[in-house]
Write a protein that binds this ligand. Structure first.
Ligand code: ZN
Ligand code: ZN
Length: 122
């Protein structure tokens, strides 16, 4: 009963979603932003749209179109929808979740009170 594919971002058109996916060659564009190095996959996640995944419940991989910059993954949906195509990337769900979690952690880590020694390493 699940839909055949992930719907595009709220407010974006289907052609944008397809365009981003085409530019990514239908493959997750994560190069480690999720926290995994993807070293055994040549530095880039191997998950392809429509491919089979053994983990995360199995089934078919459905790539998500989301901001290429992990920090932008924290933007509210209406801001995300306003991003131009060149600022978007195709993500597989595990990488998308991982990158967003890391971005959130990074955001917390860059608040003035946290770890000042790591911020100004001149
Ligand atoms: Zn991925
Ligand atoms: Zn990844």
């Amino acid at each position: 009963m699940s839909p055949d594919r992930v719907p595009p971002l709220g407010g974006t058109t289907d052609s944008l979603w397809l365009g981003v996916l085409a530019a990514a060659a239908g493959r997750c564009q994560c190069r480690g932003a999720c926290g995994k190095s993807h070293a055994k996959d040549g530095g880039r996640c191997q998950r392809e749209h429509g491919g089979y995944q053994q983990h995360h419940g199995g089934g078919t991989v459905r790539l998500i179109v989301a901001p290429a910059n992990p920090a932008d993954l924290l933007l509210p949906p209406h801001r995300t929808a306003a991003l131009p195509k060149r600022h978007l990337a195709a993500w597989c769900p595990p990488c998308h979740d991982g990158a967003r979690t890391l971005a959130r952690r990074h955001q917390h880590a860059t608040t003035p009170a946290a770890e000042p020694d790591a911020l100004f390493d001149l």
